[in-house]
Design a protein. Structure first.
Ligand code: AMP
Length: 113
């Protein structure tokens, strides 16, 4: 399967991991939109959030726990940060392997563009 995030997760494309365990990896976004901009991805290939099923519930919870851990480690937890998962084209999804953006370190406006 030609998926860039699968290749990152399995080490085929070398990236410095901020965090790794059996289920997920996290790494800095290559095109950061904030001083802190990490991506948390599952090792399992899931194209979009619409492809999640009930068996993935614990995995999604673990992705959020991982995002919280990164936010605390990067000192943005208390001041505020944002977790974003884009789904499909109009939301801006460009990599079709789900990922949680963890953004922080500046004032994040609402609504997003
Ligand atoms: P999205 O547009 O929500 O699908 O987010 C995809 C994100 O992946 C973008 O923010 C990209 O900058 C990021 N990205 C794509 N390729 C890489 C890569 N090789 N390493 C790190 N981040 C990447």
């Amino acid at each position: 399967m030609d998926c860039i995030f699968c290749k990152i997760a399995n080490g085929e494309i070398p990236v410095r991991f901020v965090y790794e365990d059996d289920l997920v990896v996290a790494f800095d976004d290559a095109n950061p939109q904030a001083p802190v901009h990490c991506l948390v991805i599952p090792k399992k290939h899931i194209p979009t959030s619409l492809d999640l099923d009930a068996a993935d519930n614990a995995l999604i919870g673990h992705m959020f726990q991982t995002a919280n851990k990164i936010a605390r480690e990067r000192n943005v937890a208390d001041r505020g940060f944002r977790m974003v998962m884009n789904c499909n084209r109009e939301a801006g999804q460009s990599v079709f392997h789900i990922h949680l953006h963890v953004l922080g370190g500046r004032l994040l406006e609402w609504p997003p563009g």
